[in-house]
Design a protein around this ligand. Sequence first.
Ligand SMILES: Nc1ncnc2c1ncn2[C@@H]1O[C@H](COP(=O)(O)OP(=O)(O)OP(=O)(O)O)[C@@H](O)[C@H]1O
Length: 782
Amino acid sequence: MSHTRKASASKAPSTTRSETPSERPVSPSKITAAITAGVKLAKKNPAFRRAMAPQTPQVSRPTTPSSPLRHDSPAALLFTPEKVTTVTSHDVDISADLDDAPMLDSEDKVLVSVRVRPNKAGDGDDIAWKVNEKDDSVQLRSEFARAGGAGTTEYHFDNIVIGSDNKSVYNVTAKAHVRAAMEGFNSVIFAYGQTASGKTFTLTGDEEQPGIIPRAMKDVFSYIRKHPKREFLLRASYLEIYNETIHDLLSPVPTPVQLKGTTLVPLREEVFTSPQGVKEILDRGDGNRRTASTDWNERSSRSHSIFRLVVESRELASDASTPNPGVPPPTPGGSRLYDGGKPVQMSVLNLIDLAGSEKATSDKERTREGRYINTSLLTLGHVIQILGENAAKEKSDHVPYRSSKLTHMLQPCLSGDARISVICTINASPSAITETQSTLGFASRIKKVHLNAEKKELIDTEALIERYKAEIRALKNQLEEREREAPSRHRRLSLRDQKDDSKAMTDISKRIKQLRGLILTSNTVDDGSSGPRPVSPSKVDFDLAPHQLREELFQAKRKLELQNMQILSLETALEQRPLISTDAPESDKDRLIAELQQEVRDLSVEVRGHERSSGDGAERADVQNEREWTERLRSMEASLAEKDAYATECAKALETEKQARARLEEANKAMHAFIRDIDLYITGKSMESRIAKPRVSGAGALGALDTNKTGDLRHSLIEQDSDKKGSALLKRIRGQPSLLEHMPEELEMLMNQDDDFEVVPQMKASVTGAKVSRENKENMIG
Ligand SMILES: Nc1ncnc2c1ncn2[C@@H]1O[C@H](COP(=O)(O)OP(=O)(O)OP(=O)(O)O)[C@@H](O)[C@H]1O
């Protein structure tokens, strides 16, 4: 197989293009309008005139005799990382201001431009077509009318551009569409034409003449710089359709991409944040394109290539960190906007370099490719024809979009939902009259297609900018919480764990910073206009002057940042991608499960090996940790035992007190019963109790009784005591030792005080007996 992966034009210019700039055969004598195309358009379009007007020194940084070479030119940044010395002055002004690009109406038709390629060396000087710059027409010269057969000989288009100046081509064919994409409209710019007519030269260009894609990317960044009220997120994908199979040019592993509806899966999209970043993406993709040497073009594109830029943008909220209080929180199925509730505009800019139609060739492989190329181009032509007829006759005939991958993929754009600019490249040489007629016919047909593109505003979290914002918010909350709790948490953690904890917090901060870096604003964007950035040599030359070394350092840091961004973007893409699609065949799922199981096994082996090989250091740390914890455990156990003992004592004391209380209660009751009995006894004679009245004089209780109205009680008691030893009272008292036993101490004291209380000797004896028995009891309890 002889096709190769196309190396980036910027990297190997001498091998990627058959002609060097000096060899490029412009024929000024024959193509009279060649250099004046830009001037002619400036006359027609005031906006374009402004864009083309000589620029102020601040903007254009003109080359001066004292500084013949500007390393900081945008062209140098985008295209000459290794050979800044080849940058020439006209590349300094890679583009003018996007805001000067003409606005497109919502009902715009396809913008059709024809670019006439200067004759190549072998083509001779003759050209078969007359270019009329006044009315943008091309006409087959009368002397070649016979060669043109019955085909149309005169055509009119929106623009005719001639020559090798890619800047003027960009300005008239692409600038307005790039602006439209930045403002939220889907836009498509594609180059169509026979092989070797200059499609790749127009889209990609070379070091001297950067094409539409690099100029568009440069303008995208200056647009962001000039719109401070919006924030942007840019992501790119790069595809090719080769032999009716879609390939992802950014994927490290060649994987066919499927079209599900009009969605491409799997598709690698990379977020980029600088012109340098997108240049790296383009270089990588270009390096993977299939090109081959054909009879007509030393480096012919054997595939259609599609560079897709997705632009997400949103008006900046006054305080982007706080959700708008007026906006409802995310609800399933409802609007899920954050950040001030501003909708996200999302648009896609497709920049397409079609493979060239070609005649049959002797090479078998090239013939096969050519068949595929021609078939898909024919389908494109057919689709365009039906669309044109439908628009002209207000019909709605079926459009066979799905007849080729190219038309299927472009369906949303071709059906009107995009602003389209087509650049038809033609070879003006008499040897290519038929092919040129065919290209011009295609250009005429596509002119008739109606467009009605509208801005896409998303009010959902579909947009990546929303997802990044949501992640930033979540991480910020997480970080704040961790920071708040850090002091108390750190007290509980070992030194090692504290370190890990701090590292985790630093990681979160880093990720927040990185995610923020992916969202561009006029303040943060690097549009490549901030001073000289020399290219890093592969080895650091320490003989360089300090300022040069500083510049090297700056450049290296930028590169590192860029790579970090890419890693982050890829990680995010990876996280969002399912390992396998849900509708994949069972066998694929089984295979994936087996692979994952194997991976788990491998990782376990690796972890075990790592544990073993991590050696003494880790072990020592473990032992020390264990000792520390054992000591802590011991001291805690000791303090626990102490507390247990104290608790047991408390429980015992409580029990004793309970018992004492119970006894007191009983004594209380007994005392009341006792007093009642005595009262009853006394009130047997008198209704009034006098037992509670203590004797005031030294005469004791009996004295107190004497003073009572029933003063004969004493007598009676003495009598009863002496005469009737078995009197009723004493009998009762003797019969109730328990009462005496529990006689309250107050009463006991009263009795002890009153030796004259003659009633009491026996009672005393009983009480003493009772006391003894109580003590005995207590001793027994004790
Ligand atoms: N306008 C132009 N001015 C100067 N050189 C040009 C111009 N257009 C094309 N060329 C040169 O012609 C050669 C073929 O151009 P290019 O590769 O762009 O053609 P192509 O249409 O992309 O071909 P293919 O379809 O085979 O890929 C290149 O060497 C290119 O530099």
